[in-house]
Structure formats: C-alpha cells, structure tokens
Write a protein that binds this ligand. Structure first.
Ligand code: ADP
Length: 274
C-alpha cells in the first residue's frame, strides 16, 4: 500500500480558544515495502503524523491516501475501521496495553475483533508469536508473568496477528537495554525483509535511523523539513545540529577525518554496528 499525504494540516481543538496547529503543508509519499524513519525534535509533529496513518486522527485539511483508502476531514470514523487492520501502530510501551488472562487471548483479541473465526485467530496468534521469537509455551501463560521484553513482544504479536501491510513503530525500543534494543531492531528488520512489511519508524536514535531505514523524513515545527536517503540527510550534519537533532557518531567522525585530510570522503554507506 503506497502512502501519500497531500497538503495535510492538523489542528488540535480547532475552532476553539485552545486551537493548536500540529501539522501543516505536509506532503509526502512512502512507497509500499520501504523502511522509512521519521525523525525530528520533540513537538515537531511526528506523533500527530503517525496517528493519521490509520485514521486515529483525521486531517483538518488536506488528504491522506493509504492504498485504496482516502482520508479527509469529511470521512466518518467508522469507515476507517478496515484501515486499522492494514496499518498496525506499535505505540510506545505497547506492553501497557496487555490486559487478557493469557498470552493467547491477548494476541487473538485483534483478529477476533475484526471477525476472524476463533480457530483461525488462534492459528494466527501462534504464527505471530513465532514471528516475534517467542516459544509456543507462552500461549497459556499470563502476559504479566513474562519479562518486560517478552511482554513487549506479545503486544507486537497482537498487531502482527492482524496481518497488516504497514507497521508503524513509535520509539519501539524505549526503556530497553542496549542488547534488548538491538534484538528488537533486528526483529523489525527481519519482519520488513521477510514479510515485505512497509515499516515506518519514529525514533530519536539517529544510529537506528541510519542503519535500518532506506529513507528518512525529517520533521521540523509541524512540517516536513527534508526527505532523502540517510546519506543525503546526514550529508549536512550542521543543518541537523541546528535543528537540535543528533547525528550519528560515524558522520561526525567522517567529518573530522575530512577536515584533517582536506578532502571529502565518499560515503558508500552509513551502516553502524554497535
Ligand atoms: P512529536 O511527536 O514530534 O513530539 P507531537 O505530534 O506530539 O510531536 O506534537 C506536535 C504539536 O502538537 C506540539 O506542539 C504538541 O504540543 C501539540 N499536541 C500534541 N498532542 C496534542 C493534543 N492532544 N492536544 C493539543 N495539542 C497537542
């Protein structure tokens, strides 16, 4: 499913004294099957933008097209239900949303809610659990008896069980230790490769953005400041630093080296393995 934003604006509490414009003039396109990272300072509009991807928010102006779905301010929220299945959003700390007595019930919740028959939902739950690297034995356990990292995987399995085409990840490694972070990011990279999932990552980690995404979208003060490959975006680290963003260590090292030798080093890749 290709994703296209045309002149999207979002104003919270529009037409009230508390009106707050969070997005304006947002034009972007994300081709089906790509891995995109959205970066930007706190308050730049990332979270507002991602909630437009499955109709949790509707634009107050402009159009969002997700595959065959067109979202404008005029569309009725209930028309957007089918989209919720196709675009799964993994919010920060998704494990906080677990609530069922068993892992199986939690992972089946989404498919059952979309009318999938029980036996089929259970099959999908099993598959989803294996995709996130958890053994079948956990199906009958309480999610609350698992470790924090495992609980997060269960929550992600609940989204994968709906077999989305697009997965949106809002800081999916928040609160994990470096090893857990790397394992989680590698898991999403594998899902992207094997399931051809369009993957949209919101992150503060420039290292992760550079390492995993094919394409970056830099948000600044409610609009798209720049889009491009990691090489294109990190080619001008000063501009990013001026926006208050970090740049990967390797980019700074490369620049130091260039200053020393007095010429530019071509950057075949920015892959960083920590
Ligand atoms: P980011 O995810 O980049 O931190 P947000 O999308 O959360 O940015 O916020 C963009 C702007 O919208 C900020 O000015 C923020 O204060 C405002 N905002 C976010 N959510 C709400 C809300 N529910 N009501 C009013 N203003 C909001």
């Amino acid at each position: 499913m290709d994703i296209i934003f045309e002149q999207v604006e979002h104003i919270y509490h529009a037409n009230s004294p508390f009106a707050q414009r969070a997005l304006y003039d947002v034009d972007l396109s994300i081709a089906s099957g790509t891995y995109v990272a959205i970066i930007g300072h706190t308050g730049s509009g990332k979270s507002t933008l991602l909630q437009h991807l499955n109709g949790l928010l509707q634009p107050t102006n402009g159009t969002v097209m997700i595959g065959e779905h067109t979202i404008t301010k005029a569309i009725k929220p209930k028309q957007l239900k089918p989209l919720r299945r196709k675009v799964g959003i993994v919010f920060q700390f998704p494990e906080h949303q677990l609530f069922e007595e068993t892992v199986e019930k939690d992972v089946c919740f989404g498919p059952l809610n979309f009318g999938v028959p029980e036996e089929e939902a259970k099959k999908k739950a099993k598959e989803a659990l294996s995709l996130v690297g958890l053994p079948e034995e956990v199906l009958n356990q309480s999610p609350f008896d698992l470790s924090g990292g495992q609980m997060r995987r269960v929550a992600i399995a609940g989204i994968l069980a709906m077999e989305p085409d697009v997965i949106v990840l809002d800081e999916p490694t928040a609160g994990l230790d470096p090893r857990g972070r790397k394992e989680m990011m590698e898991m999403f990279a594998r899902l992207h490769r094997e399931k051809k999932l369009t993957t949209i990552l919101v992150t503060h980690s420039m290292e992760d953005a550079a390492k995993y995404a094919d394409h970056l979208i830099v948000m600044h003060k409610g609009t798209v400041w720049k889009t491009g490959t990691p090489q294109q975006i990190f080619h001008d680290p000063d501009a990013l630093l001026q926006l208050g963003l970090d740049v990967p260590e390797t980019v700074l090292l490369k620049r130091k080296l260039e200053e020393k030798i007095g010429r530019e080093i071509p950057s075949p890749c920015l892959t960083i393995d920590q």
